[in-house]
Design a binder for this molecule. Structure first.
Ligand code: EPS
Length: 385
């Protein structure tokens, strides 16, 4: 069975981020520009930290692609950390006499304390570097390959920011709107709400505080019949929720109406079924968010994720020194005030990787043509049913 798997490695201030994507069929047209386009989008957003002025994220394709097409071999990707040059002593691989002072005060909300307990770290820098959201640049690079695979099925994955700091957008997602949303500084479809979000971020930054929010990812054109109810881990919703909760700072996920469905009667939740000779089966609404019974319905897959505020506060919260256990203020270092727009782009990547893996498992194919052909044949069968 063909499946798509990826691993990433690398620290925020080490030499580079590295990713290996295994299971991509051969013959998929792919070049660095397609990947760089998403890396650039991940660096967008009002409220991002100064690191985004240092980095100009571009991918180095190290394996698995020849003359602009995948070969079926593992795809190896790398993204340089330009800032690494400023962290040579901190991130030295070899033993050095120039070791810097350890970080000993965990930041509430980050991986610092649980990471130190898990890995026995007496210098939180070991934890901070790998737990950093910087790693998501590698995931976005892998997601760009998955996006190309989904393109073979006629599926496009987009995202937008729904809320930041309690300010909620009032404009529903549309394919045209989502195509243009990168032009908004907060990747929000509602211009008025975007202005309010910007003010809220500026105010939080002035207070040394941070803001989170909600983003929505929509996969248009994903084929029906992917996923299954026969086992919990094959339910498409379970895989999507896991993918999104694997992004740093994500604390909640919902599909379709999500939590709102809990407060409505079934007569206002379930999408009635219709049929026509021209288009076959359809639904009168998409409250299910494109997934029913753990299986894709063919309607847009709609997922939303709740992102907690960035955990590094310039006005630090209370914490405890790891050695003395003295009550002190939490560690502070450069960070973002708000990264919800970037998290939405990461959300696109992990949704694309999840859907591409599920579709490959469903339709198979060691070449792009076999994969696309099998999906088309299934679509033909459905149209005849
Ligand atoms: C980030 C890079 C990091 C942070 C941020 C996101 O760079 P640096 O630590 O050098 O500033 O700015 O990471 C976090 C805020 C976090 O809490 O992990 C990036 O490239 O996305």
């Amino acid at each position: 069975m063909t499946t798509l798997r990826y691993l990433t490695a690398g620290e925020s201030h080490g030499r580079q981020l590295t990713a290996i994507l295994e299971g991509c069929p051969a013959g998929l047209a792919l070049d660095a520009a397609a990947i760089d386009a998403d890396l650039v989008r991940r660096q967008l957003g009002y409220g991002r930290g100064a690191r985004q002025q240092i980095e100009k994220d571009r991918v180095m394709i190290l394996a698995g692609i020849r003359y602009g097409r995948t070969t079926g071999a593992p795809i190896a990707l790398a993204i340089e950390n330009r800032d690494a040059a400023n962290w040579a002593d901190t991130m030295a691989v070899e033993v050095t006499s120039r070791r810097v002072a350890p970080v000993c005060v965990p930041r509430p909300g980050h991986a610092d304390l649980p990471g130190a307990q898990l890995y026995g770290a007496d210098d939180l820098r070991d934890v901070i570097e790998r737990a950093s959201a910087r790693e998501t640049a590698a995931r976005v690079a892998c997601g760009a390959v998955a996006r190309r695979l989904l393109g073979l099925l006629g599926c496009a994955v987009r995202s937008h920011v729904v809320a930041i700091g309690g300010v909620t957008a009032g404009v529903a997602a549309s394919p045209a709107g989502l195509e243009a949303v990168d032009g908004d500084p907060l990747r929000c479809l509602d211009a008025a709400a975007s202005e309010e979000m910007r003010s809220a971020i500026a105010a939080a930054g002035q207070e040394g505080d941070t803001l989170g929010g909600v983003f929505e990812v929509v996969a248009f054109g994903f084929p029906p019949g992917v996923g299954s109810y026969v086992q919990a881990d094959r339910r498409l919703g379970a895989r999507l929720a896991g993918a999104l909760l694997g992004i740093p700072a994500i604390k909640g996920v919902e599909i379709g109406l999500g939590f709102a469905a809990a407060g409505l009667p079934g007569s206002r939740v379930h999408d009635e079924i219709v049929w026509s000779a021209a288009t076959g089966y359809g639904r009168t609404a998409n409250n299910a968010g494109g997934v029913e019974g753990g299986i894709s319905t063919g309607l847009p897959i709609v997922v939303r994720a709740a992102m907690k505020p960035i955990a590094t506060l310039m006005s630090p919260l209370r914490s405890v020194h790891l050695d003395s256990h003295e009550a002190v203020e939490a560690h502070v270092e450069r960070s973002d005030v708000c990264a919800v727009p970037a998290a939405a782009v990461v959300g696109e990547a992990v949704v694309a990787l999840c859907l591409a893996a599920a579709a490959l498992e469903r339709f198979g194919g060691e070449t792009a043509d076999e994969f696309a052909g099998a999906a088309a044949a299934f679509g033909d069968r459905l149209r005849r049913s």
